[in-house]
Design a binder for this molecule. Structure first.
Ligand code: GDP
Length: 363
């Protein structure tokens, strides 16, 4: 499963959001910086209506939606890259995630202290971006001398690594996150073990007031503009409201949503946006036991997709039978799809398409 790390300055609503998302009481929310020192981990499902549509024709015992693992990474503060406020510990957790969800405070509340004294989402975004850029620079500067030494002895791989490190450092030197730097496959591989944080996809979660659930107010709009500028995603969420909604049973939830003028909770939208920012898509397996969504990166081949179910499936991959939800809705059963000649047989070079319904054949 992909892991996304929730980051943000203290008191922006990270724990509240994490609790709402995972509906767990594990991450205690408190009006106090550094309350969540150990990273908490939870799993959220990424709801996908296509599973229900498949299960109208292939009736399973259960539906299994895709899932995203969330890690609540407690308060980064200014100076984290120099070890301020447990800085290094937080940073090491961020290095390990696949994507960053940054909670940005857009709500006003005189009872909730803001670490910088005033609600200013752009300054909050900058504080964290700068800490992450400084930390990436440190990582690269620490790794460079060894790469250069090894390169001198004629090691081609080390030469490639040293060149890639210098390219990244030059880029960071222009005050740009690594997200904006294009690396070729070899260069990317050479530095992949460093867990460079500003190269990770990022999604801004604008924690808005209850009075601005659509995220069209001046503070949320600033976050939108920044997101568009840096190629990040943006989702408005009122963490406090979502946390209240998450506590309710189904019937009360619908009533509360209607009362707030919302069609659905913001959390599914957040999960979907995180998925998109991560460059992920789903394929499905469908049988009597279960109809299930599996997560793969856009561009994955058929054997790689099989490997998500089981590593042996990737090694022993022979071929895959594929059809689409459209096929299923037209022909009503796999048998009829096959009879109509619509069941495609694909080999190991097949690039998976979002929504493929698959049977893998393997050794
Ligand atoms: P963290 O330090 O980023 O994890 O922040 P918390 O989730 O602990 O939230 C800090 C305080 O802000 C708590 O008292 C929350 O109840 C409050 N809070 C969180 N989200 C919202 C929100 O959307 N609106 C308001 N008014 N308060 C919020």
């Amino acid at each position: 499963n992909m892991r996304a790390g929730i980051v943000g300055l203290p008191n922006v609503g990270k724990s509240t959001l994490f609790n709402a998302l995972t509906s767990s009481k594990a991450a205690q929310s408190a009006n106090y910086p550094f309350c969540t020192i150990e990273p908490n981990e939870g799993v959220v499902s990424v709801p996908d209506g296509r599973l229900e549509r498949i299960s109208r024709y292939i009736v399973p015992k259960k539906l299994i939606h895709a899932a995203l693992r969330l890690v609540d990474i407690a308060g980064i503060v200014k100076g984290a890259s120099e070890g301020e406020g447990l800085g290094n510990k937080f940073l090491s957790h961020i290095r390990e995630v696949d994507a960053i969800l940054q909670v940005v405070r857009c709500f006003e509340d005189p009872d909730v202290v803001h670490v910088a004294g005033a609600v200013d989402p752009i300054s909050d975004i900058d504080v964290i971006e700068i800490e992450l850029m400084l930390a990436d620079m440190q990582t690269l500067e620490n790794a460079l001398p060894k790469a250069e030494r090894t390169a001198k002895s004629g090691d081609k791989e080390a030469k490639l690594r040293a060149d890639a490190i210098r390219k990244c450092l030059d880029h960071l030197g222009t005050d740009q996150p690594l997200r904006k730097l294009t690396l070729d496959e070899q260069e990317a591989a050479a530095i992949s073990s460093f867990g460079l944080m500003t190269a990770k996809p990022i999604l801004y979660v604008a924690n808005v007031d209850e009075s601005d659930l659509a995220g069209k107010g001046p503070l949320a709009m600033k976050v939108r503009e920044r997101a568009a500028m840096v190629g990040a995603g943006m989702v408005p969420v009122c963490a406090k409201l979502e946390a209240e909604i998450a506590e309710l049973d189904e019937a009360d939830r619908a009533e509360m949503l209607a009362g707030a003028g919302l069609e659905e909770a913001a959390l599914p939208a957040l999960a979907h946006e995180a998925y998109r920012v991560l460059g992920l898509q789903s394929y499905f397996t469908a049988g009597e036991k279960e109809v299930r969504a599996w997560t793969i990166p856009v561009g994955a081949t058929a054997p790689q997709a099989a490997g998500v179910i089981h590593t042996d499936f990737e090694k022993g991959f022979i071929r895959v039978e594929v059809y689409t939800l459209d096929d299923l809705e037209t022909y009503k059963s796999e048998k009829e799809i096959r009879a109509a000649g619509k069941l495609r047989v694909e080999g190991k070079n097949y690039i998976m398409q979002d929504g493929d319904i698959c049977h893998f054949l393997f050794n």
